[in-house]
Design a protein around this ligand. Structure first.
Ligand code: ZN
Length: 241
């Protein structure tokens, strides 16, 4: 059994297709999604259709929440607000209901999934450093919890009272330690690496492997511009920012 752990697809169909193809080549048999299926890029309905058809455990991201409600977007970054309004207009009532029904946190077999942090999941805090990871660990009842939201792949490890954090490519979990692992973003990476990211998790081996994949960025960019979304959202895909 191997899990593909995917997060922050953000309506990027080109990236999602390449990732799903790779999961097959990697022998993934199970899937989980950490939320933000929609928002920013140009194919929210197509991406939602794929994810819904997979009937996989999925938790709610902040964009899933914003795009499925009708609330005003006060205090939003203008580009994000524009993308949310555009996405709201694309989604069907049924899509929005599906997004609204997503839970903030889920246990899947022996691990936990959350979009942002276990420390008050609906507040959408960003875990970039050990301090923020330290606030999440007390709520983590499994050896590993996967999260997204920052679009920056990083692994935090708690060993007794000591917490370390850093980038990773592949590692094996050790008994007695807890892991809080960001799997990076499928559809809008922000670690200065434009390649799509996801994780292959083998629960029996206890291994966690970060995959990075090239995809047709130019095609995704063209669609963003053609849709009338902010050009900045197309540009950032090329830089991974
Ligand atoms: Zn996101």
């Amino acid at each position: 059994m191997k899990f593909a752990v995917i997060a922050d697809i953000h309506a990027n169909l080109e990236a999602l297709q390449v990732v799903l193809e790779d999961t097959k080549q990697q022998g993934c048999t199970h899937y989980v999604c950490l939320g933000d299926v929609v928002g920013y890029n140009a194919n929210p309905r197509e991406c939602l259709e794929i994810i819904r058809a997979m009937a996989l455990p999925c938790v709610k991201g902040n964009h899933d929440e914003y795009c499925s409600m009708e609330d005003k977007l006060d205090g939003f970054n203008p580009h994000a607000a524009e993308a949310v309004n555009w996405t709201r207009a694309q989604l069907t009532a049924d899509d929005k209901q599906w997004l609204r029904d997503l839970k903030y946190v889920r246990m899947v077999q022996t691990f936990t999934i959350v979009h942002a942090t276990l420390d008050g999941p609906p507040r959408w805090g960003y875990v970039f450093d050990k301090l923020a990871a330290a606030a999440s660990f007390p709520y983590q009842n499994t050896q590993v919890c996967f999260f997204g939201h920052t679009h920056v792949p990083v692994a935090f490890v708690r060993d007794g009272t000591v917490i370390r954090g850093g980038t990773y490519s592949k590692f094996r979990m050790e008994a007695g330690k807890k892991y809080f692992v960001n799997v990076g973003a499928v559809g809008q990476p922000r670690d200065s690496n434009p390649k799509a990211a996801y994780v292959v998790f083998d629960p029996r081996e206890g291994t966690i492997e970060l995959r990075r994949l090239e995809y047709d960025i130019a095609a995704a960019q063209k669609k963003i511009l053609a849709a009338g979304l902010p050009p900045r959202l197309a540009e950032r895909l090329a830089y991974g920012r």
